[in-house]
Ligand binder design. Structure first.
Ligand code: HEC
Ligand code: HEC
Ligand code: HEC
Ligand code: HEC
Length: 141
């Protein structure tokens, strides 16, 4: 009897937690308006608006664990932005050794399109256009 009660309580708790996560996540995650920084040894500033204005869809950059493109609706329902972190999948543990290094995956996605162009528009391909100057002046000095 007692075991049955504990079991029922656990289920109710688990259901409650899932429900809370669903509420927190549902519809709340959208493309940031402000420029974000792609962190790493050679950080890059990235602006969603510039790219979405070209007519790109979310799934041209964001995909799931089965490599299926993520739609804006899929992204809205995620628990948090960390699920979109490229390096959360593309790291030393990734199955395909050619897609483990940050340089490889980001350059494949970002630089290749900049070279090839999209809707007749090319993007910048010089190292500094994305990575900025090697030596950064201290802000405000
Ligand atoms: C279109 C944008 C873009 C261009 C152009 C570009 N990169 Fe990158 N690169 C990135 C992004 C995004 C990352 C991921 C950020 C990071 O890992 O620091 C990255 C990562 C790297 C890394 C890996 C850092 C690490 O931690 O492993 C190196 C090294 C690098 N780039 C060098 C270069 C060099 C050299 C050039 C010019 C020949 C260049 N990149 C041009 C976007 C670009
Ligand atoms: C041209 C490529 C590209 C497109 C198109 C794109 N994103 Fe992103 N997005 C990125 C990259 C790169 C990151 C940073 C990932 C990382 O840091 O590993 C990111 C991060 C995010 C984040 C997390 C921001 C944060 O503060 O951590 C959200 C939310 C997001 N994207 C939503 C969207 C939505 C919604 C769309 C479609 C409307 C979209 N993105 C289209 C490349 C893109
Ligand atoms: C949830 C896990 C996951 C996340 C997050 C993820 N990827 Fe991937 N990625 C995959 C899988 C799985 C494949 C397919 C691997 C294969 O075919 O060997 C893949 C393939 C790729 C490829 C090669 C095929 C192609 O689509 O061109 C590139 C480049 C790539 N990812 C870049 C990115 C970038 C950039 C981000 C962040 C905006 C990202 N990935 C986020 C799992 C992920
Ligand atoms: C499918 C094509 C495509 C992809 C993927 C793409 N870009 Fe671009 N990007 C462009 C084009 C085209 C422009 C020029 C836009 C313009 O001139 O209006 C551009 C402009 C830029 C610029 C300069 C303007 C600005 O927004 O500051 C940066 C920096 C940049 N991209 C970084 C990146 C990074 C980093 C990634 C990968 C995470 C990426 N891009 C992925 C097509 C792409």
């Amino acid at each position: 009897m007692l075991i049955k009660k504990i079991f029922a309580t656990t289920i109710a708790l688990a259901a409650g937690i899932t429900w809370n996560i669903a509420i927190a996540g549902a519809g709340s995650l959208t493309a940031p308006q402000e420029t974000i920084t792609i962190e790493g040894k050679k950080p890059v500033h990235f602006n969603h608006k510039t790219h979405l204005d070209l007519g790109l869809t979310c799934g041209q950059c964001h995909h799931d664990a089965d490599h299926q493109p993520r739609t804006a609706e899929d992204i809205a329902g995620l628990a948090g932005p960390e699920e979109l972190s490229c390096a959360s999948c593309h790291n030393d543990a990734f199955a395909n050794p050619e897609l483990q290094k940050r340089k490889d995956v980001f350059h494949a996605r970002c630089r290749e399109c900049h070279k090839a162009g999209f809707n007749g528009k090319k993007g910048p391909t010089s190292c500094t256009a994305c990575h900025g100057k090697q030596k950064k002046a201290v802000e405000g000095c």
